[in-house]
Design a protein around this ligand. Sequence first.
Ligand SMILES: Nc1ncnc2c1ncn2[C@@H]1O[C@H](COP(=O)(O)OP(=O)(O)OP(=O)(O)O)[C@@H](O)[C@H]1O
Length: 320
Amino acid sequence: MDQRIIELTGLTKKYGQFTAVDHLTLSISKGEIFGLLGPNGAGKSTTILMMLGLTEPTSGVVKVCGKDPVRQPVEVKRKVGYLPDSVGFYDDYSGLENLIYTAQLNGINRTRAADLAESLLKRVGLSHDAHKKAGTYSRGMRQRLGLADVLIKRPEVIILDEPTLGIDPEGIVELLTLIRELSKEQGITILLSSHHLHQVQEVCDRIGLFVKGKLLAEGNITALAQQLFSHQPYSIEASVVFPDSNGMAKQKLTDTISRIEGVLSVELDDNKYRIGCSRNVAPAIARSITAQGADLMHLHNVEYGLSDIYHHYFKETATP
Ligand SMILES: Nc1ncnc2c1ncn2[C@@H]1O[C@H](COP(=O)(O)OP(=O)(O)OP(=O)(O)O)[C@@H](O)[C@H]1O
């Protein structure tokens, strides 16, 4: 049965006149890995702070594991593990000692804490570094220790805010794989906030695209693309070669294609036209190209996908 673990209804946060999160309604099911995706300043961290009970919503309702983080902050903290972009540890303590300390804070006795800490260090691939001081750990190692630190209290939900920030590409793949395995093995619900579209796509079951405080669309990448580009459901790509290549001819063809009924947008990248349309106008596009004396090398309908979402919403703010 679908068990909703996180439920946000009309959630809004205002800072003075500025609305950081605007009527966000979203539910996440048990065991799901949900990616909260959005460019800088979209309101992702503010949403997380409200889920953790660290800032109060201006209006709307947050429920995490059936609890209200504002009224029942202790209950929520018990069930939710939070991994920020940079985790604080006691740098003079070893990785193992840090974990034992956290376990004891969560009411676990020393012997059990040591056993648990050792098995978690093994799980996150830090067994060999267990006795090294946390202060000597690399960023990737600190994030893995952070994950073990979160897991030691056996959370039902883990919230990760930009967990891969500053980690090298290999470390990112390792960390994301680990997160996915943990979720699937233990049925933990994961909310991962990021502005790295490609990383989120790799690990998440479902994604919500958040821009300027609003949830624009949700679903997997295909569903997301369909929702975001529903106003221009057809995308046609045409590779064109001009016999006497000059900028004027390219611009003239762009203008001609733009005037075709049903064409909503035309983008030119080198010799490739990307044309957004309300219906399939491929024959008319082909005629325009040849009528202008250009060679049509290739013409096909393309499905909207990751690169379109990336191009429209993330180009200026994210690194793929
Ligand atoms: N305490 C605050 N006072 C005023 N404005 C704030 C405060 N906290 C956040 N904001 C504003 O709210 C908006 C959303 O910020 P938030 O940190 O939630 O975005 P984000 O999606 O997490 O961005 P990033 O990816 O850069 O971390 C931003 O415009 C930010 O400047």
